[in-house]
Design a protein around this ligand. Structure first.
Ligand code: ZN
Length: 495
């Protein structure tokens, strides 16, 4: 028996080169999900892996087995003890595992409160700081506002777990991770500044808007689609700008304007010419707020990928970050890496230059990935992942993600091509809190190809042929996007 199992294992490894499916000689099958002692929902999934061609029952009901060897069943638990019996028949040999799952109705957890009054204290931002809208938390942290430059002082208002509540202006506040600020000496005053002269100039591949201030002040910003403009609120600033120099050779910026929307909030408007945004950055140089807006890259006028520099990111990597692991043991990081090389080859065939953030099985920090793309001055970025979660017995499907509204069209265009593969459309997901969707500096999307945790999805995405089809569709989506860009450029500037 031992011999036939290992032969089947070899056959599986050959047909699914990336499968980690690996039963030890003593094991005839393995349960990878559903063996918890205590659960809080009646709907309960049992997922396992067994040699291909096994006959499997869970509590007497046959369970479907997929090509990967994975099998699964859904149970409706009763309150209290539930006996689960998994029976696997492989090549005439029968194995059984019986265990107990206790279903307990959930008990409401008391809210965690950690509020300490602060008065007159000031913190200053470190490199890489960002603002959160609130104290909400999810898998990827609470909803983020925007990155802000280092060296910005703000009055401390409160503390909530890992976040400080900080004042932006008289009537607005935000939250900031505690590890991203330093405390200023007692007696430090929060900053206030009058605005001074502006300049708007063409720096070659970018247009640059500079607003001179006396001190670095906190700012929040966003892009609007209609009207086509970038909006920046400088908190703690009052207008004293009586001089706005605007050069006539600007390419992306149409014109600039401002509004004093509150006594201490100065709002900057930057109206753009081209409908499609190629990225912008808000930062400080000394005490001047500097907004750098990328020009539409020259290759975009041809409506193709040739000549563009495209960042391609393989999710996870290294010894500790495997990402999701499928029931049969396929690791997400391995699939992601294999797919990024498929994507790279297809993009290069079309004349694009590709920059990889993770070229091998090493762990690369998110901040480092952003730096790699920034140093390469990428024109756009695609991050490749596989999803997990939800019902393991149903096809869950494919999805694309963006954070900033100006990159929604890119995510949508790629998704429209991916769903041509006749897979479930899990959706176009906006305002997504993924680190590589946070930069505004280049158009960026996350492609969550398929779900590792879904048995039918696992069967598809474990197959290198299908991986290649997904990456080819991604490239088709990027090509469609470039055609849309060309059409809009032909229509001419929008005002
Ligand atoms: Zn992932």
């Amino acid at each position: 028996m031992k011999k036939s199992i290992s032969l089947i294992t070899i056959a599986l490894i050959l047909s699914f080169t990336l499968t980690g499916f690996d039963l030890s000689a003593q094991e005839s099958f393995k349960i990878v999900r559903g063996k918890q002692d205590t659960v809080y929902t009646a709907q309960h999934f049992i997922v396992g892996v067994a040699p291909a061609g096994s006959l499997i029952t869970v509590n007497g009901t046959p369970a479907k087995q997929y090509k990967t060897g994975s099998f699964g069943a859904e149970l409706k638990l009763v309150q209290g003890d539930n006996t689960v019996n998994v029976n696997v028949l492989t090549g005439g040999k029968e194995s059984t595992e019986t265990f107990n799952v206790f279903f307990k109705l959930p008990v409401a957890q008391p809210a965690i409160t950690d509020t300490v009054p602060f008065s007159g204290k000031v913190v200053v931002t470190k490199e890489g700081a960002y603002l959160n809208y609130g104290v909400g938390q999810d898998r990827l942290g609470g909803a983020k506002g925007n990155y802000i430059a280092e060296g910005i002082r703000m009055e401390l208002l409160d503390s909530a777990q890992a976040l400080y509540k900080v004042r932006l202006s008289e009537n607005s506040y935000a939250f900031i991770p505690k590890f991203l600020v330093n405390h200023e000496p007692a007696g430090t005053k929060p900053p206030f500044s009058l605005t001074s002269s502006w300049s708007v100039s063409n720096a070659g591949n970018t247009d640059v808007v500079r607003v001179a201030l006396e001190k670095r002040l906190p700012y929040t910003f966003f892009k609007e689609m209609e009207p086509n403009r970038i909006v920046i609120d400088i908190h703690g600033a009052a207008c004293n700008s009586n001089w706005i120099t605007q050069y006539l050779n600007l390419k992306m910026v149409d014109y600039v304007d401002y509004d004093q929307i509150a006594p201490d909030v100065f709002r900057v408007y930057i109206y753009l010419r081209d409908e499609f945004c190629w990225g912008y950055k808000v930062d400080y140089s000394g005490t001047s707020l500097v907004v750098t807006i990328k020009h539409t890259p020259a290759p975009a006028y041809k409506g193709a990928l040739a000549g563009l520099t495209i960042g391609v990111d393989a999710g996870h990597g290294g010894p500790t970050s495997h990402g999701a692991v499928s029931p049969s043991g396929v690791r997400e990081k391995d699939l992601n890496l294999a797919m990024t090389y498929m994507l790279k080859a297809e993009l290069e065939k079309r004349g694009a230059k590709v920059v990889l953030s993770r070229p091998d099985d090493n762990d690369v920090a998110m901040s480092q990935r952003i730096k790699i793309f920034e140093n390469a001055n990428v024109d756009m970025m695609v991050s490749v992942h596989c999803n997990a979660g939800g019902n393991p017995l149903r096809p869950m499907g494919t999805s694309t993600y963006y954070k900033h509204i100006e990159y929604r069209e890119l995510a949508k265009t790629v998704l429209e091509r991916l769903v041509e593969l006749d897979v479930n459309n899990f959706g176009l997901i906006g305002n997504f809190n993924f680190s590589l969707n946070s930069p505004t500096y280049w158009p960026n999307i996350l492609v969550e190809t398929m779900f590792m945790s879904s048995l039918p999805d696992e069967e598809l995405i474990s197959d290198p042929m299908f991986q290649r089809m997904m990456m080819n569709k991604t490239v088709k989506g990027l090509e469609d996007y470039m055609k849309k860009v060309k059409t809009s450029l032909k229509r001419g500037s929008k005002r």
